[in-house]
Design a protein around this ligand. Structure first.
Ligand code: BG6
Length: 457
């Protein structure tokens, strides 16, 4: 078995991380433009003003994708590029940019997959209260109408929101990402609720005003629990329990659980334990709100970089196993089993088509004397994860596609330009792109529908 012929092999990026052109052609500012101005917010005081200059170089970048033989490209739209204030005025030049990009992709037989929201909230909406403001869901709906009317004739898969966990935890609870707030648990829970409502309203709007065949998804990340010993059914059961457990003892943990985000959009309710724990601080009428957004996804995505191994103690209770794993430049454990079990657990619970919308690693990449970038560690990482994902497919999980994070090195949020996640190296001084060894390797994987994964083993 392994990877099917129509598997969607892709790569992902996000608008603020690559586009640059932060104040060109009528674009409004986003919370990231503002956040980067704050002293100490981003490593080395860096920002996305130029980033990979993709706004001006998109044609060359699509040509690179073509060289890899990518089947699909997942990119995000900068909301304030097409609606400078987030609501009202539409910026034709912004629309034009995405139209050009989409057309260029299609011309090269690459399916465009669009994310509506990858963290760059229009600054003007932030000044109106941002995700705390209940009206944000209506603004997002208005934005969805613009997306539906302008792009769904060619873009057939739209992901509403990228990583609600990171939006809330990093942006609104810990304040290390834009907009840099440290709200109370009641407040950030309200933001999370508003995010879900926004998703729901946008999904319905995309269907109402978009092309008939448009499909809608959402891309959460989460704590990925997997069995320490996958041959042991006790470990498997313990990992599954952990994966979907809402632990009220730890007030912050609900947002790390994937079912907090997916139960509402698939089934129309919050996880039962969550309702019990948080009933008193959830916004009024939350049950009705959430019921209304059930059934608003056609597919689900997940972003995964590493996982947490689970075993049981002498009393049979689930415990985190000790791990001595290789680490990426981010300090994240290399845990290929995590991708297999996330795929399996999600498929078991939701029984929907699944896409891995991000996976990859940051390495200390440098250009060698021969002018190439030899990122053997990344090849090894991708190889191990893809083999494991293949096992999930063999076990019956309906996995339709996989997107490497990232197509190219880019602005890694508060870490600035230091971590390099790309399969293409970017020299930020000259904007020269160099395909890394992993890029050539991935290209072979695509060309052979995953066959080289086996042979090279
Ligand atoms: C995901 C995001 O969290 O991981 C990406 O969706 C991000 O936008 C990637 O770049 C890498 O993580 P980090 O911590 O470097 O931002």
């Amino acid at each position: 078995m392994g990877y099917p012929k129509d598997f969607l092999w892709g790569a992902s990026t996000a608008s603020y991380q690559i586009e640059g052109a932060w104040n060109e052609d009528g674009k409004g500012l986003s919370v990231w433009d503002i956040f980067c101005e704050k002293q100490g917010a981003v490593k080395n005081g860096e920002n996305g003003h130029i980033a990979c200059d993709h706004y001006h170089r998109y044609k060359d970048d699509v040509a690179l994708m073509k060289k890899f033989g990518l089947k699909a490209y997942r990119f995000s739209v900068s909301w304030s590029r097409i609606m400078p204030n987030g609501t009202g005025e539409i910026n034709k030049k912004g629309i034009q940019f995405y139209n050009n990009l989409i057309d260029e992709l299609i011309k090269n037989d690459i399916e465009p997959i669009m994310t509506m929201y990858h963290w760059d909230l229009p600054a003007e909406l932030h000044y109106k209260g941002g995700w705390l403001n209940l009206e944000i869901a209506d603004y997002f709906m208005e934005y969805a109408k613009v997306i539906a009317e302008n792009f769904t004739d060619r873009v057939k898969k739209i992901i509403t929101i990228n990583e609600p966990l990171c939006i809330i935890a990093l942006g609104y609870a810990e304040g290390v990402h834009a907009p840099g707030l440290k709200l109370s648990p009641r407040e950030y829970l309200k933001c999370a609720h508003n995010l879900l409502l926004a998703h729901g309203k946008a999904a319905k709007t995309l269907k109402k005003y978009g092309a008939k065949d448009v499909l809608v998804g959402i891309a959460p990340n989460m704590d990925n629990f997997y069995p320490f010993n996958e041959q042991n059914i006790v470990d498997i059961n313990a990992a599954r329990t952990k994966m979907f457990e809402i632990d009220g003892e730890k007030p912050y943990m609900w947002m790390h659980q994937v079912n907090w985000w997916l139960d509402p959009v698939v089934k129309g309710y919050y996880p039962i334990e969550g309702k019990v724990e948080y009933d008193n601080i959830l916004p009024a009428d939350y049950e009705k709100d959430i019921k209304d957004i059930g059934g608003t996804v056609d597919f689900i995505c997940f972003n995964l970089y590493f996982g947490i191994p689970v075993t049981t103690d002498n009393n049979g209770a689930a415990v985190i196993a000790e791990l001595n794993a290789a680490k990426t430049q981010m300090g994240w454990n290399v845990t290929p089993d995590a991708i297999k079990w996330a795929a399996k657990f999600l498929y078991e619970r939701y029984n929907m088509p699944i896409y891995v919308s991000e996976n990859g690693m940051a390495c200390h990449d440098t250009v060698s004397l021969d002018g190439k970038v030899h990122d053997q560690n990344r090849i090894d990482y991708l190889h191990r994860y893809l083999l494991k994902l293949g096992e999930a497919i063999d076990d019956g999980a309906d996995i339709r596609g996989y997107f490497v994070w990232s197509l190219m090195d880019n602005f890694e949020w508060d870490n600035g330009y230091e971590p390099r996640f790309g399969i293409v190296y970017v020299d930020y001084e000259t904007q020269k792109r160099i395909i890394k060894d992993s890029g050539y390797w991935y290209s072979k994987v695509i060309e052979t529908d995953g066959e080289t994964l086996r042979i090279e083993k």
